[in-house]
Design a protein around this ligand. Structure first.
Ligand SMILES: [Zn+2]
Length: 458
């Protein structure tokens, strides 16, 4: 009331003013507290462990690091209490927040994906409602405006290669390639229209400049030279500990997952911890090995993560996809997640990232291995296809395979099911499935398999 009365008085005294408001307004600014130089995009609380020694180095250089977790990691055991399922997820979120705060990462987001214990990236993406999760990840990229994204490698290797890890990598790549696209999730970019706006978000486009991966594949030597490596033995000037030890201190909060191991760490002195951290033991003091994904600024794959980064925003750059392969005649191909990755790498210009030369997987002893196969008829006559298999010792076909009849244009997806040997082995065997049409071999699908004592279901 008072202000309007003053304004009215002013108008009486100064009648030629007010026809035009000459005050200057600035464009609305994003919240600088949310800005990150590097954004970590992962699946579960504890996934940061593989790179936390490097994140600590970035923090010591005054760089801002933020993290986003696609799930709460609720699908495991609980070594601390009776809480399971969503309650265990709540406990793990708490552990992670304490751990990251100790490391120096204050901005951590949890999204709504469900922990999906399988090795199949497609199951994780489906269980996370792929489109909704992508919208959430792109929102975090547009809020945090990172120059660099670090995430899990979207590729399948023998090892504890979690489908959720791969799905986090897939979403991170998709967000890298589309957070700068004005046509993608435009409600996030739209100008808020109401005082109590709940729908339109007022964000700006954001194009990150580089993306790097890390992997938990059993053989990580195969990634040597595929990206920069960061030794962890230097002493942090702010924490007065070697970086591997900073990572170990961060890890100590993950008690629901690793209670007995963490209690063992607590019982060791500095010298014993250093011995345990060696490459021949638990490997804490080995370098952090990153895998180069792609970069929009000049530089080499093994150069420093921040080398060549341009300050400020970067123009949207649509990836140039590799040409789609043309199909002709009758063919057999591997299906499932392996088929997906060929399309994914092609669409996102990632053909150079590490991939197994022959598709590979690790499965548990005494279980079922599914080999997904696609039969195609891109010819112009109906065809009957006969499949035969060659199996490593101890594997057996669960059911005899019928003959498959395909008319022109058919794509026939099927699963060849095998029982795995009763005992685990360090050997990697090769499953081969050959296809014949009209008495002539038309091709074969191969899968290298290691039989493990346990691990995630396929
Ligand atoms: Zn994980």
């Amino acid at each position: 009331m008072k202000i309007s009365r003053v304004f009215a008085l002013f108008m009486v005294l100064c009648p030629w003013c007010g026809a035009q408001d000459k005050s200057v307004q600035s464009a609305p600014r994003p919240d600088d507290r949310l800005k990150a130089d590097v954004l970590l995009i992962v699946a579960h609380p504890d996934d940061e462990t593989g790179v936390s020694a490097y994140l600590a180095q970035l923090l010591d250089q005054g760089k801002r690091v933020a993290a986003v977790y696609l799930t709460h990691g609720e699908a495991g055991h609980n070594n601390m209490g009776r809480e399971r399922g969503p309650s265990l997820g709540a406990a793990r979120e708490m552990e992670l927040r304490h751990a990251m705060a100790q490391l120096g990462v204050q901005n951590v987001w949890f999204l709504g994906g469900k922990d999906t214990p399988s090795q199949d990236v497609l199951q994780s993406l489906a269980n996370w409602h792929h489109g909704a999760s992508l919208e959430d990840v792109i929102r975090i990229v547009r809020i945090t405006r990172p120059a660099v994204i670090i995430t899990w490698l979207p590729s399948i290797f023998i090892g504890e290669n979690h489908g959720d890890h791969q799905a986090a990598g897939v979403l991170a790549v998709e967000a890298f390639d589309s957070a700068g696209d004005p046509a993608v999730f435009p409600a996030q970019l739209a100008q808020p229209r109401k005082v109590n706006e709940t729908l339109l978000e007022g964000l700006s486009l954001w194009q990150p400049q580089k993306i790097y991966f890390f992997s938990d594949a059993s053989d990580d030597k195969q990634f040597k030279g595929k990206g920069p490596e960061y030794p962890t033995t230097a002493i942090s000037p702010t924490r007065h500990l070697p970086y591997w030890r900073v990572a170990m201190e961060e890890f100590r909060f993950h008690l629901t997952q690793y209670r007995s191991y963490i209690e063992k760490l607590g019982s060791l002195n500095d010298e014993q911890l250093a011995k345990l951290a060696g490459a021949d033991q638990d490997g804490w003091s080995t370098p952090v090995r990153l895998i180069f994904g792609k970069s929009l600024v000049p530089g080499t794959a093994t150069a420093d993560v921040l080398e060549g980064i341009k300050p400020g925003s970067f123009p949207f750059t649509r990836p140039t996809p590799t040409e789609l392969e043309q199909h002709s005649g009758v063919a057999i191909e591997i299906g499932g997640p392996w088929r997906f990755y060929q399309d994914f790498w092609r669409a996102h210009a990632l053909m150079q990232i590490p991939k197994a030369e022959t598709p590979e997987i690790s499965v548990a002893a005494g279980t079922t291995l599914q080999l997904p196969v696609l039969l195609r008829n891109d010819g112009n006559e109906a065809t009957e296809i006969v499949l035969t298999t060659t199996l490593p010792d101890g594997f057996a076909l669960k059911n005899t395979l019928p003959h498959y009849r395909l008319v022109p244009g058919d794509v026939y997806p099927l699963e060849v099911e095998l029982t795995t040997p009763a005992n685990k082995s360090d050997q990697v065997g090769e499953v081969v499935c050959r296809a014949e049409a009209a008495g002539k071999e038309i091709g074969a699908v191969k899968l290298r398999v290691r039989v493990a004592g346990g691990g995630l279901p396929q």
